[in-house]
Design a protein around this ligand. Structure first.
Ligand code: ASP
Length: 317
């Protein structure tokens, strides 16, 4: 495999997740502790790393060690700053991040919006703990190294089960299967097959701008609210009364919202809460005529969880 010239060093940042998970028996692939192992331990379990790397030096660093369901602003801030730090270091050609699958799509989007780095950032995860009879982490990590070293790689990507997903499109689509991620109707960015990357789409180059993240925490409070049958206006009012700064409505279908919520959302907006409207549909985005301007909210083409991050960042700046 050809290693791009720009590479002297590849950095792997550990944040925990199932890829670093450990159970008390090898048969247990659900009752484990995520983030139990260090990123160095995870790397040690992967055969043939040096053969993939060639002369490239691998630097590992533990940024966090958590179950990604518990992802917090402190870790996001630390991670973004470490990505920027290493990307500015001479000779560093790519950054790998080990991460839990549960909120991987959110961290990927956050980094894609805030890092502003030129090198690829490749997120890697696993659905079975490292202690499992047949863990998927080692193969995923090998694949992620191959993607990181591919001269065509750019932007923030996620590698799992032989598929490469762009931060913009990746979503966790299954709670248990090894091939847990989907890029929906866009399809995967690339496949990794026997140490080769087969590109399907040109890489998504978005790495955002290196925005200031030193804003005092807590970051602006933004919630996702899913419009559904029997919606109750009280849920919107309660969040506004509690001090929410932004609401992303995961609307039904093509951006429609339960009539019980419309007035409550208007009240929210009148009190300074920013409202964005996405769709709870898994595929596609809200399609409105150009002339359609919602009086109390703004339509977004992002899925709700990614819209939540973008709204939070826009309120922050
Ligand atoms: N709860 C784990 C996490 O997100 C799940 C996983 O990594 O697959 O850290």
């Amino acid at each position: 495999m050809a290693v791009a010239k720009k590479f002297e060093k590849l950095v792997i940042l550990g944040t925990g997740g199932t890829i670093a998970g450990q159970a008390s028996t090898a048969q247990d692939d659900v009752g484990y502790v995520a983030g139990a192992l260090s990123v160095q331990d995870v790397l040690t379990s992967v055969p043939g790393v040096q053969a993939i790397l060639g002369s490239v030096q691998l630097i590992s660093e533990q940024v966090a060690q958590l179950d990604s369901k518990d992802m917090d602003a402190h870790t996001w801030q630390a991670l973004a700053l470490r990505v920027r730090h290493w990307a500015a270091e001479p000779g560093v050609g790519a950054i790998l991040i080990t991460h839990g699958t549960d909120t991987l799509e959110e961290t990927a989007w956050f980094l894609a919006q805030t890092c502003g780095v030129a090198c690829p950032v490749v997120m890697v995860s696993a659905m079975r703990p490292a202690s499992a009879l047949s863990p998927d982490g080692p193969q995923n990590l090998r694949d992620a190294l191959v993607v990181a070293l591919d001269p065509r790689s750019q932007g923030v990507m996620a590698v799992c089960a032989g598929a490469v997903h762009a931060a913009r499109h990746v979503r966790k689509a299954h709670p248990y299967r090894l091939d847990a991620f989907s890029s929906g109707e866009t399809g995967v960015q690339a496949w990794v097959e026997a140490g080769q990357v087969r590109w399907q789409h040109a890489p998504d180059t978005t790495t955002g701008t290196a925005m200031s993240l030193s804003t005092p925490q807590p970051w602006p409070w933004v919630e996702v609210m899913t419009s559904h049958a029997l919606a109750h206006a009280g849920s919107v009012d309660a969040l506004v009364a509690a001090g929410v700064r932004g609401l992303v409505v995961a609307a039904t279908g093509n951006g429609t919202v339960h009539t019980q919520w419309v007035e409550a959302l208007q009240r929210a907006q009148a009190q300074g809460v920013t409202v964005w409207i996405s769709t709870r549909c898994e595929q596609g985005q809200v399609v409105r005529p150009a002339s359609d301007v919602c009086a109390w909210g703004t339509y977004t083409d992002l899925p709700p969880l990614k819209a939540r991050i973008s709204l939070m960042l826009s309120l922050m700046h």
